[in-house]
Design a protein around this ligand. Structure first.
Ligand code: HAM
Length: 419
């Protein structure tokens, strides 16, 4: 039996890294007073149609939609922002102009062609800063993405791309000019872009096809259609990012695949070209909540694709976790209670350990630990135990020390400081 195409089991060898990501994000986000929100995985289909846009790929061809027993059209959420906008309205969270700083993590569903970094059930970690139109909110959320990636030690492999896509009127004006220009070259455009001229012309800017890009290079530029207010907002965001020393690239072709954005749009891409490389996508969406029937509530946020993040950090973090595990190798002991004494001390110092209770020789156990990449092995043998001692072997250097039981607490305290 295999899992459904585009879905995967997340096995114990990986869950520890997933938990590390959640813990890292949760700790940081709670300092900034972001609170976790959990919305249902199923929502009414029209929520996503209204929010994401009828002409987007997501709504057009990627949604998992079915009719329930009462013949209601239900969709497995393809993203989190629409559900959160709905939750803000349903629960009147924006009453009295209150700010809501929210974060969420969980599975999303899109019927896409599976490949490395692209699944049909995937996971997002996202934040939404709801209730402020100020550029400082844009900078806050971008800074948080940057900090999370820094803490997860993968920032060096990432590039932040930034654009301002203006407001609805500005975009409408620009889109008219873009269509007019592209119509002249319609025959030369790729098939997708030809289709998009009449449905979602802005997405053509995102085309990876060389000839289409060449045509776009001489076409109208979105920036030239932005009002002073839009430009000022964007300039302020960029200035703050400069102050925070957060590097970014301006990409005037960056448009997002969902319709609800205005002003700032951004993506964090990995430098790898071997697989789907957009790690994080986000932007400002000032009209979404009002459009859904709620009060006018400006907002900005992002979501990181966790499977894509795992590709980046798995190896490094796995090694780190193994390095920090203390292996306990025992022979057949006359008095097994010594095991509990050693374990108690490790627990006291919150040191992770693996007690090898397989039926093999101590030598084979040590070899196994070495192969796993463990650094420190505590060896319990009758010989030393009768002298109230244990052996501590540093597997990376081969160095071996005999430690008296009476000193084990102090020694473990030292181990804690080097981890
Ligand atoms: P999105 O760009 O559609 O934005 O998705 C965000 C991230 O989810 C992507 O950058 C990617 O890492 C990941 N992702 C998307 N589709 C897949 C897939 N099929 N397999 C694996 N990973 C995938 C949103 O969803 C917006 N709701 C983000 C946002 C939040 N904007 C404002 N607030």
């Amino acid at each position: 039996m295999q899992p459904l195409r585009g879905t995967k089991d997340i096995l114990p060898s990986e869950t520890e890294i997933w938990q590390h990501v959640y813990d890292t994000a949760r700790q940081l986000l709670s300092i900034y007073n972001y609170k976790e929100v959990r919305t249902p995985i199923i929502e009414s289909t029209d929520l996503f149609e209204k929010c994401i846009g009828n002409f987007t790929d997501i709504v057009n061809k990627e949604m998992y939609t079915f009719n329930d027993q009462s013949n209601r059209s239900i969709t497995l959420r393809p993203e989190g922002t629409s559900s959160i906008a709905r939750a803000v309205i349903s629960n009147k969270l924006s009453l009295n102009n209150q700010m809501n700083r929210l974060w969420y993590a969980g599975p999303m569903f899109r019927y896409e062609r599976p490949q490395k970094g692209r699944q049909r059930q995937f996971h997002q970690l996202g934040i939404e800063c709801i209730g402020s139109a100020k550029p400082v909110a844009d900078t806050e959320v971008i800074q948080l993405a940057d900090k999370i990636l820094t803490k997860l030690q993968c920032k060096e492999e990432c590039n932040l791309e930034l654009n301002s896509i203006g407001n609805i009127e500005e975009r409408k004006l620009y889109t008219e000019q873009l269509i007019k220009y592209l119509k002249k070259y319609e025959e030369e455009l790729d098939k997708d872009s030809q289709r998009r001229i009449n449905t979602n012309p802005l997405r053509i800017l995102d085309s990876k096809i060389y000839r289409t890009q060449e045509i776009l290079n001489n076409g109208p530029i979105l920036k030239n259609y932005l009002s002073l207010e839009s430009l000022k907002h964007f300039e302020q965001v960029c200035k703050s990012l400069d102050y925070l020393n957060i590097k970014y690239t301006l990409n005037s072709y960056l448009v997002r695949g969902l319709d609800y954005y205005n002003y700032t749009a951004f993506e964090i891409k990995t430098k790898s070209y071997s697989h789907q490389n957009t790690l994080c996508g986000g932007g400002r969406y000032d009209n979404l909540i009002e459009q859904l029937g709620g009060p006018k509530t400006p907002a900005v946020g992002w979501a990181i694709g966790l499977e894509r993040l795992m590709i980046l950090i798995k190896q490094k973090l796995n090694t780190e976790i193994i390095n920090k595990t203390i292996y306990i190798a025992t022979e057949n002991l006359y008095d097994i209670n010594v095991i509990w004494d050693v374990i108690n001390i490790l627990e006291k110092y919150c040191l992770k350990f693996e007690l090898d209770i397989t039926d093999t020789t101590t030598r084979k156990k040590i070899k196994k630990a070495s192969k796993l990449g463990v650094k420190i092995c505590m060896i319990l043998r009758n010989n030393e135990i009768s002298n109230k001692q244990i052996i501590i072997k540093w597997l990376d250097t081969g160095k071996q020390q005999i430690v008296n039981f009476s000193n084990l607490d102090q020694y473990t305290d030292y181990l804690k400081t080097i981890f």
